[in-house]
Design a binder for this molecule. Structure first.
Ligand code: ADP
Length: 204
């Protein structure tokens, strides 16, 4: 009987990141179509403060009942106003949410043997996690185009869009952390073609 092939010790950890409105969700959607399991840190960040969680209890303890909406869930708009205006408040919120998201992601990523797991983490670079990944995919585009797409998608004013972009890592900081770059300065088809090419190389 042939011996078992050697098991690779650990699956590769693959992170997907990019600035706001860079095209991460578009990439994630395509990866899912191709058969990857995408763990979405934003979705996890919502789950860890759902009604009944200790995460929500901690947020209320820090910010007060004013951040609870009708129905007992978090009033995200209200909380957003508070943390966008106050760096200390933002860091306090992150200190509640980020460890819980990481713990949940660790639980989820080990449950898909044989599948390619990609962790989509908007603040991967900002939270200093690049070193934890074997591969860091960055969706990249010039900032003027990023602002334009953000305005179109969100209805924010250009100044508000600019503030959101400024609150994140710079394009250069992200590119320094990247092991793979998807250039999203072209149309959607050009982005998808890069994802497909990456997927083919991964399976070659
Ligand atoms: P993110 O998840 O990084 O915030 P999205 O994938 O949601 O970014 O893309 C941001 C916005 O830009 C969306 O409205 C999306 O439909 C649009 N978009 C993404 N890629 C392109 C592209 N290559 N050309 C035009 N619009 C795009």
């Amino acid at each position: 009987m042939a011996p078992h092939p050697p098991r690779s010790a650990q699956p590769r950890r693959i992170g997907l990141t990019g600035g706001i409105a860079s095209g991460k969700s578009t990439v994630a959607e395509r990866l899912t179509e191709l058969g990857a399991v995408v763990i979405d840190a934003d979705e996890l960040a919502r789950r860890v403060v759902e009604p009944g969680t200790d995460g929500l209890a901690q947020v209320i303890a820090r910010f007060g009942p004013q951040v609870v909406g009708e129905g007992g869930g978090l009033d995200r708009a209200r909380l957003g106003q508070i943390v966008f205006a106050d760096d200390t408040a933002r860091r306090d919120l992150e200190a509640i949410i980020h460890p819980r998201v990481r713990a949940l992601a660790a639980t989820l990523r080990c449950c898909h043997p044989g599948r390619v797991v990609v962790e989509m983490i908007p603040l991967l670079v900002e939270t200093g996690q690049s070193g934890a990944f074997d591969e860091v995919i960055v969706v990249d585009l010039p900032e003027d185009l990023q602002r334009e797409r953000l305005v179109r998608r969100s209805g924010l004013t250009p100044a508000a869009a600019e503030a959101r972009i400024r609150a994140q890592a710079s394009r250069d900081q992200r590119l320094t952390a990247a092991t793979t770059v998807f250039d999203n300065s072209g149309d959607r088809a050009a982005l998808i073609a890069q994802v497909d090419q990456w997927w083919r190389e991964l399976h070659a």
